[in-house]
Design a protein around this ligand. Structure first.
Ligand code: SF4
Ligand code: SF4
Length: 426
């Protein structure tokens, strides 16, 4: 386990990371009127963790995860806590440039930058293991660099195809092997009851998320997308029971908003879906620009939100091996990340969501240097355009330099959706 604690020269609240988090939190809370009261739980949580460097999960083993492909049920059942390390800090992206070519994915660069940083978050300094699924090339190659920093890294094998029986067998074996790795880290053997309990814990969190998902279908949007990203990003690191209770409280408040016919967005704000490279705090640049420009994000297809929480693990068999296999299947099949060879599922999902959420357009973010999202955009755009759904494709990174240009493009897209609506009304 790496430990940079001794090297920290000044309190966390004076670090570049804390200033960046403070600036973004201020925008998220102050630039929008009438944020739901229940969002204060999340705003305060970010403040504590990212601005003050408060440590969470005291006295627990912590397993860092580098993708949604890591089955968290197994980590909880082994007595440890998962913390997702996918990082959204521009400051860390900058640090990460020492390890990767300049035109690399900001997410991976920022994660490396964070892990190498002398002022990194306290609970990051307590990582007992980092699980790195071999997904895209950049994540795959990051493992040995992280290991060189002194962390214990476990490379989890992921098949590149998800439809075949061979892939299913390969993946199930990989997950069983991972369960063995966890036993070595925590010293606790997986049991039927601990796994059942862990599945129930995650399922309660997913039920709360699904309720929030349903509430976003309302004609009057009861919550802005920037707040939903704050909620789902908090799942990366929060204590899961506290997170679930906070989402349930938020849902109760949003139900009241439905009764009162309250709209969190401007009336007639174009309804948008967000897809592509994940929005991760504090890099909520694109979601914020969309909602500052008069659009509203009603749904998303990203691994920092919907892809992480929507698909629930179920099991009809309560034998330990069958449960582990069931968990494995549920992580592979529904995953719509473009790292897999074919991805018709992603098209189907987006078309279905566009209908479900009455979305008028889609904003597709691809981080500069992310080949898979960029390569998949043409076919996704075609599938959506064929159904008369316009798509705005944005290639960007964590740098604030392109904000002006992006704002102009996003405003023009939103105006074009309004004009389309007017034409259709005639
Ligand atoms: S984009 Fe794909 S590979 Fe990267 S973290 Fe998300 S799900 Fe994993
Ligand atoms: S955005 Fe692309 S390059 Fe970055 S982690 Fe996801 S799949 Fe990999």
């Amino acid at each position: 386990m790496a430990n940079h604690k001794d090297e920290i020269k000044h309190p966390f609240n004076l670090t570049h990371q804390a200033s960046e988090a403070t600036r973004m939190l201020r925008s998220i809370t102050d630039d929008f009127p009438d944020n739901p009261e229940a969002m204060n739980y999340f705003y305060d949580l970010y403040k504590k963790v990212y601005c003050e460097g408060v440590s969470l999960h005291e006295n627990k083993k912590i397993v860092g995860t580098m993708c949604v492909q890591v089955p968290e049920e197994l980590i909880y059942a082994s007595g440890a806590v998962p913390v997702r390390l996918c990082n959204g800090f521009y400051t860390d992206d900058h640090n990460g440039a020492d390890f990767m070519p300049a035109k690399s994915c900001s997410l991976v660069k920022a994660t490396l930058g964070m892990l190498d940083s002398k002022s990194t978050l306290p609970f990051i300094n307590r990582l007992d293991d980092i699980v790195l699924p071999a997904t895209c090339d950049q994540k795959r190659k990051a493992g040995s660099m992280i290991a060189d920093m002194g962390y214990s890294v476990y490379d989890m094998e992921v098949p590149p195809v998800k439809e075949s029986e061979e892939a299913r067998i390969y993946w199930r074996r990989s997950i069983r092997k991972f369960a063995g790795e966890l036993k070595q880290i925590t010293g606790k053997k997986l049991s039927k009851s601990s796994l059942k309990e862990a599945m129930a814990k995650i399922s309660r969190a997913q039920k709360a998320y699904r309720k929030l998902y349903e509430l976003r279908k309302q004609k009057n949007s009861v919550i802005l997308g920037k707040d939903v990203f704050m909620v789902t990003n908090a799942y990366f690191f929060d204590e899961i029971e506290s997170w679930t209770e906070a989402v349930n409280r938020l849902n109760v408040e949003l139900e009241k908003r439905v009764e009162e016919k309250y709209s969190a967005a401007q009336r007639r704000a174009p309804r948008l879906l967000f897809t592509g490279s994940p929005a991760i705090f504090p890099n909520l640049k694109i979601p914020m620009l969309i909602e500052e420009s008069g659009g509203v994000i009603v749904g998303d297809e990203t691994c920092s939100s919907n892809r992480m929480l929507y698909d629930m693990v179920s099991s009809d068999e309560w034998h330990l091996n069958a449960m582990v296999d069931g968990i494995a299947d549920n992580y592979l099949k529904p995953c719509t990340c473009p790292i897999f060879t074919k991805n018709d599922d992603r098209k189907r999902k987006l078309l279905h969501m566009a209908k479900e959420f009455a979305a008028e357009g889609v904003v597709y973010q691809s981080f500069s240097g992310c080949q898979v999202y960029s390569m998949e955009q043409a076919s996704i755009t075609k599938a959506l355009n064929d159904e008369d759904i316009p798509v705005l494709f944005i290639e960007s990174d964590y740098s604030p330099d392109d904000m002006g240009q992006l704002s102009t493009r996003i405003e023009a897209f939103i105006e074009s959706l309004k004009a389309k609506r007017r034409r259709n009304r005639k």
